[in-house]
Design a protein around this ligand. Sequence first.
Ligand code: DGL
Length: 263
Amino acid sequence: MDLKDRPIGFFDSGVGGLSVLKQAVKILPHEDFVYYGDSLNAPYGIRTSDKVKELTFNAVKILINKNIKALVVACNTATSVSIEDLRKQYAKSMPIIGIEPALKPAVKNKKNGKIIIMATPVTLSESKFNNLMKKYNYNDNIVPMPCPGLVELIESGIVEGPEVEGYLKERYSCLIETEIASIVLGCTHYPFVKKALIKVVGEMGKDPFIIDGSSGTVNQLKRQLLKYDMIKKPGDEKGTVRIFNSLDTKKIIDLSYKLLSIK
Ligand code: DGL
């Protein structure tokens, strides 16, 4: 098979990376995609770094067996722990693209107030994130917000309604008096609860700029495909999406396609 015709692999600990895949399908509509979610082992964000690395390498091997031409680690947690080791092992054979909290556009946004970074406990504790904070030298204005438990709600298909809103209200209750400029969704699961988040912070009288890393990641994927002349030829018919999950139940596959199609 011609290299250009091979699929692009997407990986996440569960269904979160579908928020990035959705963006990729828009920007690269002729490409074929294969998605692997490791919902059986989710959440990764409360595990040890060694365990996250082991699970990530296992999942990546599954995608490599599906003959992918490029890999997108559509998981902030797996990226922060494993991207360097993945590149050491596989960068010679394919482009490897990771995702990180979209701090740059949040810092550029000129609104007054704090930048809230919602992410998993692992992402916020890794050196990659701390280096990112240093790079923007903005520590006083950044409020890291670990959100344990939120991924589990989304994995069970709950993305709106009282449970999600109650969770978010509790997380934001200490920020009632705080001016918020931006909220960075630093976990690929969180864009699926963006509507609930807008509602909750709106009820607190806030209207922040809410940003996630999917566009930056997909733009980087496109740049890499162009650089290595790997883009499927323009004019080709619409690409396909195949979704696999370590849980391998109809419920998780149906939820995955549903999340992929939510506007
Ligand atoms: N979606 C993943 C991320 O972007 C992590 C979710 C998890 O904790 O498994 O960080």
